[in-house]
Design a protein around this ligand. Structure first.
Ligand code: ZN
Length: 217
């Protein structure tokens, strides 16, 4: 029988020296420097929790994650084990070294107060959203709205139908599944632990994430 201590150890399996190990509370923003060669592990503690994610090059944050370059280079809209996340200058930023989830989204974008009111009605205007989390985390580094770009949605299921239709449907993640990003350069990782409660991307119940940064195994 496994114990909570066992699962805590398993959550760190395969990683090198731990640099950071933190819980991102439900609905909260988070950001931290990840150095080239380190692994950023994001753990979906309770399952089906979207981790909205951006990256900015530490040396010059004008270079940042580019969903378009990543999709074009790999000729596929989904992020899976083996996907290389590219910058807007075409440079490798992070390799999806391993993930337990079949695929992740990078075309669904981040929820905002504005998009919530359009999709779900004016009464949702006061609902906290990922755009506010990204702005909060980025402001500490001097970035603003013009620095917001298309993001990754780890653990979010946005299937693309044969005719090109997008869906936001029940997740394919589960408790304690994770994604490992092997940094190809020094970058600032920014996470919005998605607060959305109007669609199934968080199972209608936002929950905490765990983030671990580790050296080479
Ligand atoms: Zn969101």
């Amino acid at each position: 029988m496994s114990t909570p201590a066992d699962s805590a150890v398993n959550a760190l399996a395969g990683l090198g020296a731990i640099v950071l190990d933190e819980i991102v509370p439900a609905r909260a923003p988070w950001s931290h420097l990840v150095r080239g060669g380190e692994t950023l592990r994001i753990i979906d503690l309770e399952g089906n929790q979207s981790a909205d994610f951006l990256m900015y090059a530490a040396a010059d944050d004008a270079e940042r994650y580019s969903a378009q370059d990543t999709i074009a280079a790999q000729r596929n809209v989904y992020l899976r084990t083996g996907s290389m996340l590219l910058s807007n200058e075409g440079n490798p930023m992070a390799l999806v070294a391993h993930t337990d989830v079949a695929y992740h989204d990078t075309i669904g974008g981040a929820c905002s107060r504005e998009s919530n009111t359009l999709r779900y009605g004016f009464h949702t205007l006061s609902h906290h959203a990922c755009v506010e989390n990204f702005l909060d985390a980025n402001l500490r580094c001097g970035r603003g709205k013009r620095d917001m770009v298309s993001n990754v949605n780890w653990f979010m299921n946005v299937p693309v139908e044969a005719d090109g239709t997008l869906g936001i449907v029940d997740g394919i993640s589960a408790a304690c599944l994770h994604v490992d990003l092997l940094a190809q350069m020094d970058f600032i990782a920014v996470i919005s632990n998605c607060p959305q409660i109007n669609n199934p991307c968080n199972g209608f119940n936002p929950t905490p994430l765990r983030v671990v940064i580790a050296g080479p195994a």
